[in-house]
Design a protein around this ligand. Structure first.
Ligand code: SF4
Length: 378
C-alpha cells in the first residue's frame, strides 16, 4: 500500500501527465493506470440505496439498471457486491486515478473559471460506451487496476495542499461510487472545498437528491438524442438521463451539458435541433451546452475525428433554437471556447483549450451592460 508521501509524489506525476497531455479539453484520465492490483486492493464498505430480497438476494437502487444480485455476485458496474444478503461497495476511498486538472477540462465553463480541481475516479461504470476515452478504468473491475487508499478527509486535505477549491469525481462514472462522492462532499463542507461530478446522468431519484444536497455542480454527458443510439452505443437508455436533467433543475443544482459529437452516429442537425429544443423548453435557455470533438477511441477506431465544420453547425443550430451559452470543445483556439454576453455581445471569458486567458466578469455580470451571467462564480 502506498504511503501518503508516495501518493503525493505520484499525484505530482499525474498532474504533469494531465496538463501536458494530448490537449483534449474532454475529461480524459491520465494514462498508464492499467496495472495489476496491489495487495489488499479491495476495501468493502456497506453500500447505500439498496433493498434486501428473499434468499439473500439484493436489489441495487443506485442507477436505473436496478440490478438484482445474488450472494457472492456483483452488479453490472462490477464494483457493488452481494455478501450474504448485504450489498457492499468495493471502491470507497479507493481511487485508481487522481490528478490535478483545470476546471475547464471537465468541462465546466461557468464554475470558478481557471480553478485547479482535484480529479479522481474509481474503477467501474454502469454504461459501456463504444467511444469511451477512459475504458481502461471505466470497464475494469477494481482488481484490474491499481488503486490508492485515499479517504474523503485525505482527498480534501490534498485539494487544500494543492490550492484546489474543488474536487471532481470524474473520468469513470461517479454514480457507481456515490457513497465515496457523498462522503468527499461532506468532508469538504466548512473547509472551503466543494465537490462536483461529471456523470452520464443515469441515476435513480433518491441518490440524485442525496448527492445534490451536497454537490456544487453536476455535469451531464448527454450522449445523443435518440434511444437507438443509446441502446446500441452506450448500453444505457436516454429517457432516465433526460429525467435526471429535469430533476437537476428542480433541485437547483448548477448543471452543464456536454455532447460528444461522433461522425455518422449522433451528428445529424435534426438530432442536434431536437436536443437543443429539449434543453430550451425543459431546462431553460441559459443551461450551457458543450459540443465536443470526437477522436477515434476504444471500439470506434474506424471513425474519423469530428470535422470542425460539423461542430460549428451544431453550435449555430443550437443557438438558433434559443440556447445562449453554446461552446465547442477539443478545438483549441476556436472562438466557440469563449463566453459572450447574450445582452451586448462582449467577450466575457476568453479561453484557449484548457487555459483561461481572460475573465472580465464583474460580480457575475457583464461589465458593460450589467447582464447577470448564470453560474458559480464565487
Ligand atoms: S450502480 Fe451498479 S449494481 Fe447498482 S444498479 Fe447500477 S449497474 Fe447495477
Amino acid at each position: 500500500m502506498k504511503s501518503r508521501r508516495e501518493f503525493l509524489c505520484s499525484l505530482g506525476g499525474a498532474c504533469v501527465a494531465a496538463v501536458a497531455g494530448p490537449g483534449f479539453a474532454q475529461d480524459v484520465a491520465p494514462r498508464g493506470t492499467m496495472v495489476p492490483v496491489e495487495e489488499g486492493g479491495l476495501a468493502p464498505r456497506p453500500a447505500g440505496w439498496y433493498k434486501k430480497l428473499p434468499e439473500e438476494w439484493v436489489q441495487c437502487g443506485l442507477c436505473p439498471r436496478g440490478c438484482r444480485i445474488s450472494d457472492a455476485e456483483r452488479g453490472t458496474c462490477g464494483v457493488r457486491e452481494n455478501r450474504k444478503g448485504n450489498l457492499y461497495t468495493l471502491v470507497h476511498s479507493r481511487p485508481c486515478t487522481v490528478a490535478l486538472d483545470p476546471i475547464e477540462k471537465k468541462p465546466f465553463f461557468h464554475v470558478l473559471p481557471g480553478s485547479p480541481v482535484l480529479s479522481l475516479a474509481t474503477a467501474g461504470c454502469n454504461f459501456d460506451c463504444k467511444g469511451c476515452q477512459n475504458w481502461e478504468i471505466a470497464q475494469a473491475r477494481p482488481e484490474q487496476v491499481r488503486s490508492f487508499t485515499l479517504t474523503p478527509e485525505d482527498a480534501i486535505g490534498v485539494a487544500r495542499e494543492r490550492g484546489a477549491p474543488l474536487v471532481a469525481c470524474t473520468y469513470t462514472e461517479p454514480t457507481v461510487f456515490s457513497e465515496y462522492v457523498l462522503d468527499i462532499a461532506r468532508a469538504g463542507r466548512g473547509k472551503g472545498i466543494r465537490t462536483v461530478v461529471v456523470s452520464n446522468g443515469s441515476i435513480q431519484q433518491q441518490p440524485l437528491a442525496d448527492l445534490c444536497a451536497e454537490l456544487a455542480a453536476y455535469k451531464v454527458d448527454l450522449k445523443g438524442f435518440n434511444e437507438t443510439f443509446y441502446r446500441q452505443h452506450t448500453g444505457g437508455e436516454l429517457k432516465p438521463v433526460l429525467e435526471t436533467l429535469r430533476r437537476l433543475m428542480k433541485l437547483g443544482t448548477w448543471t452543464e451539458i456536454v455532447v460528444l459529437v461522433i461522425p455518422t452516429l449522433n451528428d445529424s442537425m435534426e438530432e442536434i435541433k431536437s436536443l437543443a429544443r429539449f434543453v430550451v423548453n425543459d431546462l431553460g435557455p441559459e443551461v450551457p451546452v458543450h459540443f465536443t470533438r470526437f477522436h477515434p477511441a476504444y471500439r470506434l477506431m474506424n471513425l474519423p475525428s469530428t470535422p470542425v465544420s460539423t461542430l460549428e453547425r451544431a453550435r449555430q443550430t443550437a443557438m438558433e433554437q434559443g440556447l445562449r451559452f453554446v461552446y465547442l470543445g477539443n478545438v483549441p483556439g476556436h472562438p466557440g471556447e469563449n463566453t459572450f454576453c447574450p445582452g451586448c455581445g462582449r467577450t466575457l471569458i476568453k479561453r484557449r483549450g484548457m487555459a483561461l486567458l481572460e475573465n472580465n466578469l464583474k460580480g457575475g455580470s457583464c461589465p458593460d451592460c450589467r447582464r447577470k451571467i448564470p453560474g458559480v462564480w464565487v
